[in-house]
Design a protein around this ligand. Structure first.
Ligand code: PEP
Ligand code: MG
Length: 761
């Protein structure tokens, strides 16, 4: 059963559009269940009705014509109850609704199961048979499993442009909108550039062929290069491999032969595809054929074909990598955006970012916020292969992407864009003013840095200090660990740029979703694994070099603060302090006069929340890393788009934890700041000030917005709002009540509420 299921799902997944996918479903499910009818009814939420979209067994002329109201007939019942209905005599059911056009009077028994994706009813999958007998429990289980697996594929096919099929009779054009999560605020309008990681066949976009001869020449070169590589490998292994294994290389070489795969790919290029797309199509088809074979050995060969495909692709890409052109308003799209991809686009050309994977809390999104580029993350249904060159709107406030938008929508977003630009110009006026509330409460605003542009932008916006310098950023852009003197130069620049303002340097925080190419960490559960301080305490040589570089960089400036990430026990703090002490002694021994800097810890693990007083007694300051603290408190992976709806900064548990940390740190006479992304949310900043944080540290992009709001809301008012919100027990209620209260105070404009309400996002 598993193999049948897998084969059907694979075949459906590779269908070119929704209609083909549905046709494959009804044909293959009817065959697998050996029944007489299989049909799919899809639900149209706008019309609140079902349409028969595909059928094997019912009259073909009724497909696309027959509709049922949302609770009409057995199909309506299945959808409404969201559970299967299995009947040996369908006509005897009180809800049975006879539709003459389908010719279903010949079929007696009925089994219908709902198709549900992310809690949404997409439709109903039905099988029927002539014989009067209930479908047995194995058949029912098979259909339920089938439907659960197909739901994602159908949702994806709907989202990828065939969406109009459901309401083909609708005259109003439907906006093709894809939902993700907000990555970086702001709106962008531009042209899509799709970036694929090298040699990833699944990520190759569809693209028309500009010059057939050139593409064929490219292909021939790639095939020849792979054949050469194969021959050389075979020769190298000749005396180590048994004869039958060696024969495998002959098989590969034959597959790569001009008359085999080569010919098929060439035919597709001549039919209009570019070489990479043609390769992908041919390889996909062969993989599918192999995977559908019943013989285990032959099924395994699919992996060989995939590998061959990848090898050819890497040669094809060698020739074209350099040719990516970035138009003036580039919207960069990738299945998984990486910091390196961002770095390749000229700064003035990059208008927006869209990633199929990841969420607003992924590090690439944090980077995007630092760069001030509107970003949408986790757009899981985005047909990114098909978007190259298309006009797109990226709404980073709401986490929405629109493809090929209608003029009306473009006009609307152009207006939003202009308003945003004007508002930011107005914000500039607060640049040199202190962050002081109308009732004279002063709260320092610091910045989070890592990139060079952060530093420039931060100084430009009047930052009063650096609350978090992510030292891993300079580690990530190299292909080896930077040496002590290289690090010293980088840190010196950072410390000098801000002096005499304090700069909080966090020791290397790798692991989780931050890896170094040259120091790979492979774990099943990286966020609960070897991360942050755990790595550096296990590698004192890395830690000591880094701390020495920091200390040497601060000679004569004395504005350094050192902060330790991912602390979950006192023991870690003591060990780290011991190493810092040693590094300091070594620097003094080299004859450099440098004061021992304040040392602080990040509170980003729930365990730390409950030992704040103990921690505070041992350190000079604390800072809450709310990005991680929220993920660990709520058990919601900050990168997983499937659960991003559950990642709530305003969850009552989060607010209570923040309050506890602040109170406990103050009881020990220590300052506490917050440097997670929450601090840069102007609405959240009001609450954080009321909770009692001594400073807020945020991406420089948000600094003026936060200052603008705090200069308009008194501390007393903020405390009143907080007291009210602490009584609520639900995160969305708290968020809405907060926004409402801030709108009443006249600062709604900065919260992006206008665009949020416009399309009901
Ligand atoms: C945090 O976790 O809130 C934080 C500031 O650290 P990072 O986002 O770099 O993990
Ligand atoms: Mg963190």
């Amino acid at each position: 059963m598993l193999t049948t299921l897998r084969n059907i799902v694979q075949e459906v997944s590779s269908a070119s559009d929704l209609q083909v996918a549905l046709q494959v479903i009804v044909q293959r499910v009817r065959g697998a269940m050996k029944t007489e009818v299989c049909s799919v009814y899809l639900y149209d939420p706008e019309k609140t009705s079902y349409t028969l979209m595909a059928s094997e067994g019912l009259n073909a002329s009724s497909v696309g014509q027959v509709t049922l109201a949302h609770c009409q007939g057995l199909v309506g019942q299945v959808g409404q109850r969201e559970e299967p209905i299995n009947l040996e005599d369908a006509a005897a059911h009180p809800n049975f609704h006879y539709i003459r056009e389908t010719g279903e009077e010949r079929f007696t028994s009925f089994l219908g199961v709902p198709i549900i994706h992310h809690r949404k009813n997409l439709g109903v999958l039905v099988v029927q048979q002539i014989e009067q007998r209930r479908f047995d429990e194995h058949e029912e289980a098979f259909l339920i499993t089938m439907s659960a697996q197909l739901a994602g594929v159908i949702a994806h096919a709907q989202a990828t442009g065939s969406i109009n099929n459901v309401s083909s009779s609708s005259s109003a054009p439907r906006i093709v909108r894809f939902r993700g999560s907000a990555g970086a605020t702001g709106v962008a309008i531009g042209d899509a550039v799709v970036i694929t990681p090298p040699a990833d066949l699944g990520a190759v976009p569809e693209q028309a062929c500009q010059d057939t001869d050139a593409e064929i020449a490219l292909l021939d070169g790639a095939l020849a290069a792979v054949r050469k590589e194969m021959r050389e490998t075979a020769e190298r292994l000749a005396d180590r491999l048994p004869a039958e294994e060696q024969a495998l290389f002959d098989v590969y070489l034959r597959m790569l032969d001009d008359r085999a795969l080569g010919q098929e790919i060439r035919d597709r290029i001549r039919a209009g595809s570019w070489a990479q797309g043609a390769l992908r199509q041919v390889i996909d088809e062969h993989i599918r054929n192999f995977e559908m074979m019943d013989d285990h050995y032959l099924r395994e060969r699919a992996a060989d074909v995939r590998d061959l495909g990848r090898r050819v692709l890497s040669y094809l890409q060698e020739g074209v990598q350099a040719q990516v052109r970035y138009p003036r308003n580039t919207i960069l799209i990738s299945e998984e955006l990486s910091p390196v991809m961002l770095g390749e686009v000229p700064q003035d050309a990059l208008a927006g970012l869209v990633s199929v994977r990841g969420s607003g809390n992924s590090h690439v999104a944090i980077l995007a916020r630092a760069l001030g580029v509107p970003t949408v993350m986790g757009v899981v249904d985005l047909p990114f292969h098909k978007l190259a060159g298309k006009k797109l709107i990226v709404d980073g406030n709401l986490g929405l992407v629109y493809s090929s938008p209608a003029q009306e929508l473009l006009d609307y977003y152009t207006e939003v864009l202009e308003e945003e630009n004007q508002f930011s110009k107005g914000l500039e006026a607060t640049r040199d003013l202190p962050c002081e509330t109308p009732d004279n409460y002063r709260i320092p605003l610091w910045v989070n840095t890592g990139l060079m542009t952060d530093t420039i932008r931060s100084l430009d916006r009047g930052a009063e200090g650096v609350g978090l310098y992510r030292t891993e950023v300079p580690f990530m852009v190299r292909d080896r660990f930077p040496s002590e003197s290289e690090q010293e130069k980088i840190y010196r620049h950072q410390l000098e740029s801000f002096a005499p303002r304090p700069v909080t340097m966090r020791t290397l925080d790798i692991g989780g979703d931050k890896s170094l190419n040259y120091f790979p960490i492979k774990e099943d559960n990286p966020f609960l694994g070897w991360r942050g301080i755990r790595v550096t305490l296990d590698h004192p040589e890395i830690f000591l070099v880094q701390v020495r570089a920091m200390l040497k960089a601060s000679v004569g400036l004395d504005n350094l603060r050192i902060m330790l990430p991912m602390i979950s026990s006192i023991f870690e703090v003591e060990e780290a302090q011991h190493l810092i002490h040693r590094a300091h002694a070594e620097v003094l021994a080299e004859g450099l006069a440098v004061a021992k800097p304040p040392v602080g810890v990040m509170v980003e693990v729930p365990a730390a929340v409950y030992i704040v007083r103990n921690l505070a007694r041992r350190v000079d300051f604390l800072s809450i890393g709310s990005n991680d603290l929220i993920q660990y408190l709520l058990a919601v992976d900050r990168n997983n788009p499937r659960v991003s709806d559950l990642y709530h900064s305003f969850h009552p548990a989060v607010l209570h934890a923040l309050q506890k940390v602040v109170d406990d740190a103050h009881k020990e006479g220590k300052t506490v700041s917050i440097c997670g992304e929450m601090a840069g949310d102007p609405a959240a900043a009001v609450l954080l000030m009321a909770i009692g944080f001594d400073m807020l540290s945020m991406s420089a992009v948000n600094l003026l917005k936060v200052k603008w709001v705090l200069r308009r809301i008194g501390m007393n008012k903020a405390k009143q709002i907080l007291a009210q919100l602490m009584k609520y027990d639900s995160a969305p209620v708290i968020r809405n009540a907060l926004e409402l209260a801030l709108c009443k105070e006249g600062v709604g404009k900065v919260l992006g509420i206008k665009s949020r309400r416009f399309f009901g996002g």
